[in-house]
Design a protein around this ligand. Sequence first.
Ligand SMILES: NC(=O)c1ccc[n+]([C@@H]2O[C@H](COP(=O)([O-])OP(=O)(O)OC[C@H]3O[C@@H](n4cnc5c(N)ncnc54)[C@H](OP(=O)(O)O)[C@@H]3O)[C@@H](O)[C@H]2O)c1
Length: 323
Amino acid sequence: MLGGTRFVGRHIVEECLRRGDDVTVLYRGRSPSPFAGISRHVLTDRRAPTIEAAAVLAEPWDAVIDTSARDVDDLRPVLPLLDGIGRYLFVSSCGVYRRTLGRHGLTERAPTIAADVSHPVRASATRKLRCERYLRRRLNRTDVPLLTARLGLVIGRYDDSERLAYWLERALRGGDVLVPMDDRQAIQLIDALDVARFLRDAIDRRRTGVVNVAGARTTAQTLVDTVLTSAGRAVAPCRVGEEFALAHRLQPWTEIPLWLPASSPELALMSVDNSRATDAGLTLRPLADSITDALGWQALRRSWSQRWLDHAREQDLIKRWRG
Ligand SMILES: NC(=O)c1ccc[n+]([C@@H]2O[C@H](COP(=O)([O-])OP(=O)(O)OC[C@H]3O[C@@H](n4cnc5c(N)ncnc54)[C@H](OP(=O)(O)O)[C@@H]3O)[C@@H](O)[C@H]2O)c1
């Protein structure tokens, strides 16, 4: 396992361990591993593997699962050291697809983004796409089967991103909650448990190629209502609408996560076709179950990002909206 100690990778390692796999985790050790005493650990920066790490990488591996490569510079030092691996599973992102306003149902054959490492949003996707291409070229030469899993937005325990956390935290605080999204805004989230189960199965089933691992498509209304209800606090959603929210200079996605106005091309990423994965056995937990787990995790972290809508401003805006 190249990575594996934070969020998605951690779920994958847990799934492998549940199945009795012998797992080795290679990571830098910036945060403590939850698998100490359970798995073998190799502490190294993959960009400059230690001699010990190089020796471990050269062992015969049934499968290599890579959640930590974000750039080709993460792959160049590692690939030549791998010797006799059974297969390679690269965890990529649906962010590699080109966003086109009004485009629905992005399949694995949809056009990918034009390379742009200077763009704040596209840079990481550009690097991920370069990783995909590098791996395809390198592993083709040695006949190592490669599965590239393009993940949609993932939620669940251990999620330390600032996306769903805003809504979880807001629900846990209770009171009047400002909701800027259009009720029908598309939302597509996948539970990390579903991702982990599918990817582990994909190894046994010898899947190759590219597959979108994305959740069921739902609406912002369903998501917000599910979060607010599941938190069990006294809350009142105030659906101010996006015209009001934009007129008051609220920032979609950064200030209010998961909000994408109707004019945003990013909405294309909330409409990913996951049929290749579901045909191959991907099953999806009910949204309410995923939200309950995520709320349990958030209740332990209780974090509030500086970038998010300030509580006093939120209440002031709600007062104005009520007129
Ligand atoms: N979350 C989402 O919604 C989402 C959506 C689409 C795609 N993805 C993809 O999912 C993948 C998994 O992300 P995750 O953070 O949850 O995975 P993770 O495997 O749980 O955590 C990242 C791991 O990589 C290790 N790492 C990072 N840089 C390293 C380096 N230079 N050398 C060695 N180890 C290194 C980290 O440990 P140390 O820091 O201790 O080294 C950590 O163990 C990512 O590739 C991401 O692009 C996620």
